[in-house]
Each structure stands twice: as structure tokens, then as C-alpha cells.
Design a protein around this ligand. Sequence first.
Ligand code: PLP
Length: 360
Amino acid sequence: MSQRIHNFSAGPAVLPVTVLEEARNNLLSLGETGIGILEHSHRGKAFLAVYEETEALCRELAGIPDDYAVLFLQGGASTQFCMTPMNFLTPDDTADYLVTGSWSRKAIAEAKRFGKTHVVCTSEDRNFCYIPTERTNSPNPAYVHFTSNNTIYGTQFRSEPETPDGAFLACDASSDIFSRPIDIAKYGIVYAGAQKNLGPSGITLVIIRRDLIERGNPDVPTMLSYRTHAEKDSMFNTPPTFGIYLMGLVFKWLKQLGGLEAMAERNRDKAGRLYEYLDNSSLFRSTADSDSRSLMNVTFVTGDAEKDKQFIAFATAEGLDGLKGHRSVGGMRASMYNAFPADGVDALIDAMRRFETDHA
Ligand SMILES: *Cc1c(COP(=O)(O)O)cnc(C)c1O
């Protein structure tokens, strides 16, 4: 097998090697069953055990209260952009959105199809390089929606936004879920496409308060109703079985490393080293305001598009892949989710140092 390189991709992203090895070993036969994990019926005993373990580990890691359902859905976080308002917003009601990047813009655009929307705050004036602190809610919102980590712009909320009485908090946590402890009780719904911090693409984790599910609009298409999936434990139709399996392995790995608290410590350390370097560099600088910086996606530039390009080519040749920034920010983006190893961060800093010496 060829050498694995450092993969800074924003998603799908790097997974723990031990997880990949275990999955590989179970591709031809899950345990002693003689049937590979991809080939097991979702109704069979072997897969049900996998499903139950994944859900139990998820609840244990995040301390999810019993009055929340854990759902494993398909359609990515992007489908949640419409599912949340479809189920919880009526034409006469207003949903509040904190607009901190492209993903929240896409989320609010879907909500507009089902009811009224209100922008609590936006950082669009400075190309989303910060998390606004001045925020105004509408008088009586159905819910307040935010994107906890802005994958493209490299910003992240430090704490949950305020939720007026009677409203619930909805969060797109696709790019920082389980990267730090989360107090689920503060939320009505948290959703995340798995391909950044939790597993492969093709599976979306949804954690949702049960009383909301019951209250939800009864008149939405079957597959887009949370009630459908909650009543059938995500098995109304064929669930993403491999994704559930792999997510379970990632949860086991997280637990072995000490859970979300330990993961937060690791993530602070990894991103901290890179930001410290950036703050002292005479060539590179971070694009996000320092009080809004993401520990998951570190965005940076030289200030000269040509030099950025040269650096990306230099880094690629050094085995540091996926550093090209999103076109809406330019420059570079180092995505360093849970599974991204600390030595990869050191390798990046080392490459930046050498490039800086030659190009400053
Ligand atoms: C990647 C990402 C999405 C899109 O997720 P899909 O699973 O591709 O639909 C949405 N929100 C955030 C914050 C993301 O990082």
C-alpha cells in the first residue's frame, strides 16, 4: 500500500487509521457472521447489534438525555436545511437565522419556502470573517437556527446563541460536532452530515427533542418527516447501514481517547499551534478575527494570490494535500477535524516556515 499523506480536506475528510483498518477487516465478514458489513440486512440480528451500539455510544459520548431521539438519516445536512422548517415552521410563523456563512445562507433560503424568516445577525459585510455579537431576535420566533462552525470561512461560535422563550435552538453542527462537549439540553435539534467529524458521507446524524417531533407539522412527505424516522428507529426504509457502522467505530475511537473533553483539548492544541505560528508569521496571516477563529478549519492567506498558489503547490509536493481555500475566501484552508493527527499540523507549520524563509 502506498504511504498515506496528510489530508487537510474540508470533507469528506480524514478518518482514524484504526477505524479504517477495523472496517477493512469486516468488509468480507462482519465478525464471525460470514457476511460483510455492506451485505447485512438492516433487519438482521447482526446489523441491529451494530445499530444499537452506535446509538448507545452516541448517547454516552454526548450525554444525550432520554427525551431526545437519535436519528441516522440520508440526504446530508443540506436536506436538514429544508426538513427543519418543513416540520416546524408554518406560513404565519417566523424562524430566526444567524447568518454567518454560505451554509447558513443556504439554510435560511430553504426556510423562506415554508414561512417567514428573520436575520438575527450577519457577518456578510466583512465576507463572514467573524461571529457577530450584536444580535436581535424577532418577537416570537418558532426557532433560532445557527451554524456552529463555518467550514468555509474558518469561524466558530464559542457558545450557543440566545433563544427567546417559546423558541427552540436548531443547529447545523456538520463541521464541529463532537469536537468538544455539547450540552444537548440547550438544543431542540442538532444535525450534522457525517463526513467531517463522524464518518463517511451519505449519513446525517440528527439529535432531536421528542416533544418537538410530536408537535411537528403532520402534513409533510413521509420521508421528510422526523416523526416517520423517530417512530421506526431510522428504519422506515433502508438506513445508511455502512455509515451507521463506521460512525459507531468512530464513536468507539472517541471514547477510547477520553471522550469529547479530551477531544476538545486535542483540538485546542492542534489549532492553537497553527494560529500561534500564523500570528507570528511575516508572510502568512489568518483571515478570521481572533475572537471568532475556528478550531476545525483554519483559513489563511499570504495576501498575494500568486504566492498562495505557489505555497499550495509547494505543500502538495510535500505530501500536504487539500489546502486550497474555498473559492469564496481564496488562499488556504487547513481542515483539522477530530481525526486529523497532530503530527500533520507540525508538518504543515514546518513547510510554512521553510516557504516563508524562501519567500518573505
Ligand atoms: C459540509 C457542510 C454542509 C453540507 O453538508 P452535506 O452533507 O454535503 O449536505 C452543511 N453545513 C456545514 C456547516 C458544512 O460544513
